[in-house]
Design a protein around this ligand. Sequence first.
Ligand code: EPU
Length: 424
Amino acid sequence: MGVYILEKLVITGQTPLKGEVVISGAKNAAVAILPATLLINGTCTIENLPNISDVKLYCDILSQLGVKIDWISEHEIKVDSRNINSHIAPLDVTRKFRASYYLIGALLGRCRKAQVGIPGGCNLGNRPIDQHIKGFEALGANVEVLQGNITATAKNLQGTSIYMDVVSVGATMNIMLASVLAEGTTIIDNAAKEPHIVDLANFLNTMGADIRGAGTDVIKIRGVKELTGNATYSIVPDQIEAGTFMLAALASKGDIVVKNCITKHLESIIAKIEEIGGNVDANGDHLRVWYSKPLTKANVKTLPYPGFPTDLQPQMGVVLAQAKGTSIINESIWESRFQYTDELRKMGANITAQGKTAIFEGVEQLSAAPVSASDLRAGAALIIAGISAKGKTEIYNLNHIDRGYENIEEKFRKLGAKIERVSE
Ligand code: EPU
């Protein structure tokens, strides 16, 4: 009989965060750059990889496809993709892992065929990939979705113009991956503009691709014969991790310096923090954020970059749950991203959520309760709630949090939070 170990975070709240935190490399850049190495007929070195379980999982998948990965340090790998031996990704693993869809674009680009297990809906709601498929088909691939697997094959990939019906991070990056080694020029119109899109383009260009316009809504990819690699690339800092610590500082009535971030990527969060009465002093690659007076209500609508990111919506929700007045959050990206509000209600929050809208009647103080993380960002939000609440909060379902935040409890502990991981 196996032994079942249950891990939880135990947080004793009401400690204002103080000190400095160093931001890691971006998860959502890393999970696209790792499969992008499949396109390189050579070697490369990747620095500033976040030490998170999603990265480990991706490295395992790449190894199974014949990619040789050497860990140089906790945050740096050397990758040799000269001898890929399969276009079929491990189906059971990829089916459980959202970002596995980048394997389709990368394998299709390199091998002209790909088979990947595709996850269905997830706990954020329905997550269609029709725009990815539309892009692959426009490039000349034949795509079939059967029994939970997606198979894409192409005799030839031919550059073309593709208009995205919705602004999609994943589809923009996947089409970029599939078209880098296509013949001719591909134009992606109505492309997503997130910092990780620019990071993927910079990575591919460093390895020999010819991509222009990433970060605007028109991206032009001139197909090249080969990516030769033999270069080193450092992953962009994670703007969502930075925003998470900024909002935690505010909710805890603290004063912290966030180091190794790109403050330009945080403009929408800085603006919202200032609107509710928080303070930010931004200086290029670091910023100070501090609380000086009671926070007030705000309305928030999540939007593609440069709008307010959906991946910071739950963390912002915790702040607004304790701000004076009535705030409204409108979630315009995901169908089902208010599950964390059920947990916050257990902690005394006064929130009514229906569909894509939630109304927050600010309360003065949250109180501790046992709660459970429904997804990665919900987990981060509950940590913030625990740090600001009265009493001892217990958070369960930590696997979600470990997917995307590096050493989260250690980073919070360094800022003075009383947080521990306990195994039962
Ligand atoms: N959509 C379609 N068709 C598609 C693709 C997307 O209708 O083919 C819709 C989605 O249903 C959604 C919207 O377009 O309503 C935007 O989805 P997008 O494709 O941009 O999301 P994604 O690529 O699946 C990435 C991040 C998410 C983040 C979103 C939005 C990764 C691995 N995931 O998802 O990150 O919320 O962009 O910024 O990069 C997280 O990190 O916690 C997370 C969920």
